[in-house]
Ligand binder design. Structure first.
Ligand SMILES: *Cc1c(COP(=O)(O)O)cnc(C)c1O
Length: 416
């Protein structure tokens, strides 16, 4: 949906100057908006034991991770490189959760060495691990309401988590192997906007943790309800009521754990930063090919979601509002017909040179980009809390594109 009034009021007065001096395309993120969302999440849990770990994959850019850490957030990592990134921005120990799947032993060792809270995605991997972390958590396969979501996969076909019937035994085994602190993880939804569904899915996980605790007699240190909360991409989508979501979780925790309530952990990415970014680009072509085509100077490499999933991203021409409206397809330059940002979109008649904004690119935007076709990833800028505009990642160039090339092919076998 259109960016918030606050973001628009901060961005639009300076946008033409930025574009004139810096050029397009680039993503720009709103520090104030990100902080405000994080603070609202914290406030919704009213000081109860709760911690939000930002899913690094959504926006793995140090300046943004640092501002979230400054607010008190933790980081959620799922790969060795994300762990390294967390380390470089100063997040250590239990300020990091490691929730991977199909994990390599080397990744696990790294996670354990950093002291991160580790989630074991599968029992067979757990059985192979020689040294357990201090706290053992298992990820439970989608069950209850989550099992109905086609993105998460149903219980039979998912690649995630320990199946419910094997869960209790996994905890007993962890105890036998010396673990004394326990958590339980359940990734309950994906881009979910319906607060009732999101709440039901999360409270299913709390109930599962209580079931494990009651059956095994073990104390649950934390319940991690994962990420997956949605943001309104379409103008008529309603934002999720996070306050009601938090209340539902707290109520279920009181009900299930009257004595020793576990901490609630969350790993939201999209919900925290998604609405607080836009991709700024310029119209470089108008053509008529049976359809009205508007070409931008950005490609799918800068924002995969429309081409990859047919996902809707709101598009606006902020300085063209008074023109008559037309229906157009808005495209990038990749040699792939799916490189389209919008199909049959109504816009004020676009002209070459217009500034075009693609909204809600603050999560799973730049991070998902690739360099196919030599269309390289654009820069990332930050509108700081003080109203400054700073570059936090430059655009890729040809040297980056070629950085991994061996111009002199090297032998891969050690002949001794
Ligand atoms: C992707 C992912 C997240 C974050 O998802 P969002 O939709 O950005 O909230 C959190 N936890 C795990 C395990 C994930 O795979």
């Amino acid at each position: 949906m259109p960016i918030s009034d606050g973001f628009a009021q901060r961005l639009l007065p300076v946008l033409q100057d930025i574009v004139a001096s810096y050029g397009t395309p680039f993503h720009i993120y709103d520090a104030r908006g990100i902080r405000a969302t994080y603070r609202a999440m914290m406030a919704a849990f009213r000081g109860e034991p709760f911690r939000q770990y930002f899913a690094v994959k959504a926006l793995p850019t140090p300046a943004v991770l640092s501002l979230l850490l400054e607010e008190g957030s933790g980081l959620d990592c799922a790969s060795a490189v994300e762990l390294e990134l967390a380390d470089r921005v100063g997040a250590a120990g239990e300020n990091v959760v490691f929730t991977s799947n199909n994990t390599a032993m080397s990744e696990y060792r790294l996670a354990r060495a950093t002291g991160a809270l580790v989630t074991f995605d599968d029992r067979s991997f757990f059985d192979r691990v020689e040294t357990l972390p201090e706290t053992v958590a298992f990820r439970v396969s989608p069950h209850g309401l989550a099992a109905g979501s086609h993105i998460m996969g149903d219980a039979e076909h998912t690649k995630f988590g320990v199946p419910v019937p094997e869960l209790v035994d996994a905890y007993r085994e962890a105890y036998r192997r010396g673990a004394r602190r326990f958590g339980l993880h359940g990734m309950t939804c994906a881009n979910e906007l319906d607060v009732d569904r999101a709440s039901r899915a999360a409270t299913d996980v709390v109930e599962m943790a209580a079931h494990v605790a009651d059956t095994t007699g073990l104390d649950m240190d934390y319940v991690n309800v994962g990420g997956g909360l949605g943001i309104p991409y379409r103008p008529d989508d309603k934002p999720l009521d996070f306050g009601a979501y938090a209340e539902a979780i707290l109520a279920k925790r009181r009900e299930c754990f009257p004595d020793a309530p576990p901490r609630i952990l969350m790993e939201c990415g999209r919900y925290v930063t998604g609405p607080h970014g836009v991709l700024v680009s310029s119209v470089i072509n108008r053509s008529h090919k049976g359809r009205e085509i508007v070409g931008l100077d950005a490609s799918m490499s800068a924002l995969m979601r429309p081409g990859l999933y047919g996902a809707y991203h709101h598009l606006s021409l902020p300085f063209a509002a008074d023109r008559p409206e037309v229906e157009v397809d808005v495209v990038g330059a990749l040699c792939e017909n799916m490189d389209k940002f919008a199909i049959d979109r109504t816009l004020p008649d676009p002209r070459e040179g217009d500034i075009a904004l693609l909204h809600d690119t603050g999560a799973h935007g730049h991070a998902m980009g690739f360099t196919y076709n030599g269309r390289l990833r654009p820069a990332e800028l930050l509108l700081t809390s003080d109203g400054e505009v700073v570059e936090i990642r430059r655009a890729e160039n040809c040297d980056d594109y070629l950085a991994t090339v061996r111009w002199q092919p090297t032998s891969v076998l050690n002949d001794g």
